[in-house]
Ligand binder design. Structure first.
Ligand code: ADP
Ligand code: NI
Length: 192
């Protein structure tokens, strides 16, 4: 199994999977999650980098908002075609299933790899990119701006305290501060 080649092939695969999507779930989001996960992983040399990489790259390929796929169908198909051993396929799917907010409510991930990828995915809903994605989502759903602002209070401002790793907690502090300063300015400009 050539891990480097499989990672490159997964990057090509996500371009294809997300070709009709923009805004929240797109290949750019996936690549940011992948890169952030690798940055966090540098502080945890005991983690399995291949599992982190594959779970990050494939974490949204069966997302219920985009596809109606039970049992990680797209992820499994990709990994099987790349001849990844079954045991590793199971590990990657377990990580993917553990990081989903909706599937797990507030259950903490059990493996270091899942903690890292979940942190990376959540960090992408914070900071300037989080602001951009929240309004992109609202726009896509034809909702008023205020609906995205509500999402800040219901979800985005809570993420800082949900980080698993110390490394992500530090990045989250900065991104949270940006969300607060955005909201302060937004409220100032809209409440006249
Ligand atoms: P992911 O699967 O990447 O963890 P989600 O599917 O929950 O994220 O959401 C994708 C993006 O859309 C995130 O940036 C999130 O903040 C944003 N989003 C989700 N629901 C809403 C909403 N009701 N209003 C505004 N933005 C939303
Ligand atoms: Ni995601």
């Amino acid at each position: 199994m050539n891990k480097e080649l499989i990672i490159e092939s997964a990057k090509e695969y996500i371009k294809d999977v997300f070709k009709n999507n923009s805004g929240g779930h797109d290949k750019e989001h996936t690549m940011r999650v992948f890169n952030t996960a690798l940055t966090i992983a540098k502080d945890y040399p005991e983690c399995d980098l291949f599992i982190v990489s594959m779970a990050a790259l494939l974490h949204d390929v069966d997302d219920h908002k985009l596809f109606d796929n039970p049992n990680n169908e797209n992820a499994r198909k990709f990994l099987n075609e790349e001849k990844v051993p079954e045991e590793i396929v199971e590990q990657v799917c377990e990580v993917i299933n553990q990081i989903s907010f909706s599937k797990n409510k507030d259950k903490k991930p059990t493996s270091l790899e899942a903690m890292i990828v979940q942190d990376a995915d959540r960090l992408d809903a914070m900071g300037a990119i989080g602001v951009a994605r929240a309004f992109a989502y609202g726009g896509q759903e034809c909702r008023p701006l205020e609906s995205s602002i509500k999402h800040f209070y219901e979800k985005l401002l809570l993420l800082k305290d949900k980080m698993n790793t110390e490394t992500a907690k530090k990045i989250a502090e900065e991104r949270h501060a940006f969300l607060i300063s955005f909201l302060t300015e937004y409220n100032k400009e809209t409440q006249q």
